[in-house]
Ligand binder design. Structure first.
Ligand code: SF4
Ligand code: SF4
Length: 166
């Protein structure tokens, strides 16, 4: 049986966004509208994730074996739009994802993509084939990102420290 972790619960409830958790009355409107819940036939379930966070059931949320419980969310914001209680689900799930990253439990496809942004300033680095194709189609050249600015911003978020060392 999962145990309540009050410190974790208070960590989530203790900020403006997380405090909206307390308004959830488990109506399941979010799960009914969530496209990921739909295609996974409920394996991913935002209502359950909100309940687990509200109860401080940390061990049901974290751990590599539970990664899909958090990372299944595509941040489409549909749940936020339909929640009658204005619970900030997507933002709360982002808090949980950030904790998951700090615990070293984020799926590799996410951390790998973040490393690419850190290195190239974009998720899909430009390649000669893409540039040639754009030219053939008469599209303007894509300006390279300002890497100094990107590095400055990402350094402020401490992204490099959070990513697994390869
Ligand atoms: S829609 Fe809002 S109130 Fe209803 S279960 Fe989801 S988070 Fe809770
Ligand atoms: S933001 Fe995440 S939890 Fe909410 S509806 Fe979209 S996929 Fe589902």
């Amino acid at each position: 049986m999962a145990t309540l972790d009050f410190e974790f619960r208070n960590q989530i409830l203790g900020n403006d966004i997380g405090s909206t958790l307390a308004y959830c009355y488990q109506c399941a409107t979010c799960s009914g509208a969530c496209p990921v819940a739909l295609v996974t036939e409920g394996r991913y379930n935002p209502r359950r994730l909100i309940l687990d966070a509200l109860l401080g059931l940390k061990e049901k949320i974290f751990g590599k074996e539970n990664a899909f419980n958090i990372w299944g969310c595509t941040i489409c914001d549909t749940c936020d739009e339909v929640c009658p209680q204005k619970v900030e689900l997507t933002e709360i799930f982002t808090i949980l994802k950030n904790i998951s990253v700090e615990r070293g439990e984020a799926p590799e496809h996410y951390t790998g993509q973040a490393s690419t942004v850190l290195e190239h300033g974009k998720a899909i680095p430009s390649q000669p084939a893409i540039e040639r194709r754009r030219e053939q189609l008469g599209l303007p050249a894509v300006m390279p990102p300002d890497m100094d600015e990107v590095k400055k911003l990402l350094t402020a978020t401490k992204l490099a420290e959070k990513l697994p060392k390869s």
